[in-house]
Design a binder for this molecule. Structure first.
Ligand SMILES: Nc1ncnc2c1ncn2[C@@H]1O[C@H](COP(=O)(O)OP(=O)(O)OP(=O)(O)O)[C@@H](O)[C@H]1O
Length: 612
């Protein structure tokens, strides 16, 4: 397998594979064979150069990338391997567990994900889910950049000093209110007064601005401190802690042992390393500098999460990289030249004017020009979704199989709109969008049960929507009966729950309608008695008693298989929730709210969790 691979590699890929000693920077675009090259390189190091597999450490950013790399190396070697392929976080977690005493943590710590941070802050401080999410991402970003609470406190001190010029600390709040009143009533004063108070007005405005900022930081620091305290009592570490504690450990106890264990280091997606991770890499290579990093500057997708913006340049500096130690993989095995040129033109906008030349232009491996990329402008999202549907219909007419047609979108709202139009035109859709997980029909139905069980009489639109969903998506109430309930509710100005619980005989439902409503109420009653269960167990009861599982088991299609997977993931998520938070239903509902605010990506959260 390896021999076969070596004959197919391009000369640059081969150079990368052969470069075993010393530092190497591989700059590579998407689809240029990064994984093929580094896995080939690792296999070659073992089979041709005789390097012991356990001396090689390959670091990735996702569990999936690690798994994929491990699989490819095994395939090339025709056997399992002892190469250490790990995500940064799990590598750090292992290092900390092995040295827990020296790191000052208990060996049994569990790993906190960003959703856990947000939910903890949300619960402890009783703030909005939006703010809790904002705080948790700011904390994570600060940790990635190695900015401590102390630094925030120092900053706060300087803010306070500026405020003290205006008033004593004890009257900040009072002075703030006075300034606000003065400003709001300024226009009521006559012209002469306004003129004499001109300087005062400036002072009020300045104080208000400063104090708003001061309060914002105070609240944030308080949230962060509360979070750290609670996290400690729960014996948890978040991703930022893992990087930092591992780094502190290596700073204090040295790297000799680690350098002895791993002599060859490979880092995938190097452009995503944050400041602390880059420092870790320096430690890992303190002995021998046999390091290969693969970076795609065009794909700096984590830049917003504290990726070290100049890490490629820093790498060159740190390891004294000369031109011969930089290899550019610019042959794409995936896209045609026309696509590559359009992509390049777009991506080059991300580069500042004086660095545009660094934006790598890829070329197709067979010089395949391909078809033109068509850019179509539409007046709004509605027209956009319609045009997409029409285009797909024309492909279907030409006989292109559905599984060869894909729609990519940037926001979930766009995705939903496109999906609705496609479904209306009866074009089957398979959603490959992890982040839209909570919006999948089977999950929405189960969540509706949870909402209803949590508060049977919730008068808010969400409460009513949940009830409707139970009847429509799960228990197929006839449309005519739905209309009757809807009209009755509207006419009598009562809640949906009031209508079905206390006035059922007055609504005029069909016989079947009455039976459906009674059945749903009965299911809810049975499930209500199970509310004492842990939420993960309650979920299993809902799966069973709602008939969802029975319904899905009748068909074995890709869609039902995905639905089962979604249900399983929801159950796993509930278990994860129970591990750190409480086991009660209302807590889980809060958790879901925060999760939704974070983009609702339990798949991602889940996969991160399993990186341990
Ligand atoms: N020298 C080569 N000759 C032919 N095909 C190749 C060569 N190198 C890579 N490929 C093929 O190109 C495709 C992309 O390769 P690979 O997954 O290694 O790229 P990548 O850069 O890691 O991709 P991604 O952009 O997804 O990270 C694969 O199908 C791989 O088999």
């Amino acid at each position: 397998m390896l021999e076969e691979l070596l004959t197919t590699l391009t000369s640059r890929q081969r150079d990368a594979v052969k470069h075993v000693s010393g530092p190497l920077l591989i700059l590579a675009g998407a689809g240029t064979g990064k994984t093929t090259t580094i896995t080939g390189k690792i296999a070659c190091m073992i089979k041709v150069r005789g390097i012991k597999p356990e001396k090689i450490l390959a670091l990735t950013f996702s569990r999936e990338a690690a798994r994929n790399m491990e699989k490819k190396i095994s395939e090339l070697l025709g056997q399992g391997t002892n190469v250490k392929v790990s995500t940064f976080h799990s590598f750090c977690a292992e290092l900390i567990r092995d040295n827990s005493e020296k790191c000052g943590v208990s060996e049994q710590f569990t790993i906190f994900e960003e959703i856990d941070t947000a939910i903890l802050i949300y619960k402890e401080l009783g703030i909005t889910s939006r703010n809790a999410t904002l705080y948790s991402s700011t904390i994570a970003k600060a940790k990635d950049l190695n900015i401590s609470i102390d630094k925030f406190n120092d900053y706060l001190k300087t803010k306070k000093e500026s405020l003290l010029i205006f008033a004593e600390e004890s009257i900040f709040e009072q002075f703030y209110t006075e300034c606000k009143i003065n400003l709001n009533t300024f226009h009521l004063k006559d012209k002469t007064q306004q003129k004499t108070l001109k300087d005062e007005k400036k002072k009020w405005q300045e104080f208000i601005g400063l104090y708003d900022e001061y309060r914002k930081y105070t609240d944030f620091i308080h949230a962060w401190e509360t979070y750290e305290e609670r996290k400690k009592t729960l014996n948890c570490l978040d991703y930022g802690d893992l990087n930092r504690i591992a780094l502190d450990f290596l700073n204090t106890y040295g790297t000799a042992e680690l350098n002895d264990t791993y002599t060859h280091i490979i880092v995938d997606e190097f452009q995503d390393t944050n400041y602390v991770q880059f420092e870790l890499i320096k430690h890992l290579t303190a002995g021998e500098q046999n390091i290969t990093v693969v970076a795609d500057a065009n794909q700096s997708i984590y830049a917003f999460r504290g990726a070290y913006s100049n890490n490629i340049e820093e790498f060159k500096k740190q390891f004294g990289i000369s031109e011969k130690d930089v290899l550019s993989l610019d042959t794409s095995f995936r896209s045609t030249n026309k696509i590559l040129r359009v992509a390049h033109r777009l991506i080059s906008h991300n580069y500042p004017e004086d660095r545009k030349s660094e934006c790598l232009l890829l070329k197709n491996c067979d010089a395949n020009e391909g078809k033109n990329v068509v850019v179509q402008e539409t007046k709004d999202e509605g027209e956009e979704a319609r045009k997409i549907a029409e285009q797909i219909e024309s492909y279907i007419k030409k006989g292109i199989p559905l599984k060869e047609i894909a729609v990519l979108y940037r926001t979930h709202t766009q995705g939903r709109q496109i999906r609705q139009v496609l479904q209306r035109r009866e074009i089957p859709v398979l959603v490959k969008d992890d982040a839209d997980y909570l919006k999948q029909p089977e999950i929405k139905t189960v969540l509706s049960y949870l909402y209803v069980l949590n508060n049977l009489n919730d008068p808010t639109p969400r409460g009513t929507e949940a009830w409707w969903r139970l009847f429509h998506y799960n228990n197929s109430l006839e449309d005519s009966d739905s209309v009757r309930i809807g009209e009755y509710v509207k006419k009598n100005k009562i809640s949906f729950q009031e209508a079905i619980y206390h006035r059922l005989d007055k609504i005029g439902l069909s016989e079947n309608g009455c039976i459906t409503v009674k059945n749903v109420k009965k299911t809810i009653m049975v499930l209500s008695e199970k509310k004492v269960l842990d939420v993960s167990e309650l979920l299993l009861e809902i799966y069973e008693l709602s008939g969802i599982v029975r319904h899905l088991s009748r068909l074995d299609t890709m869609k039902t298989r995905e639905a089962f997977l979604n249900l399983r993931n929801l159950h796993e998520m509930a278990k994860h929730f129970e591990q750190f938070h409480n086991r009660e239903l209302f807590g889980f509902i809060d958790y879901l709210e925060v999760l939704d605010e974070m983009g609702g990506n339990p798949h991602l959260q889940g996969s991160r969790k399993k990186m341990r």
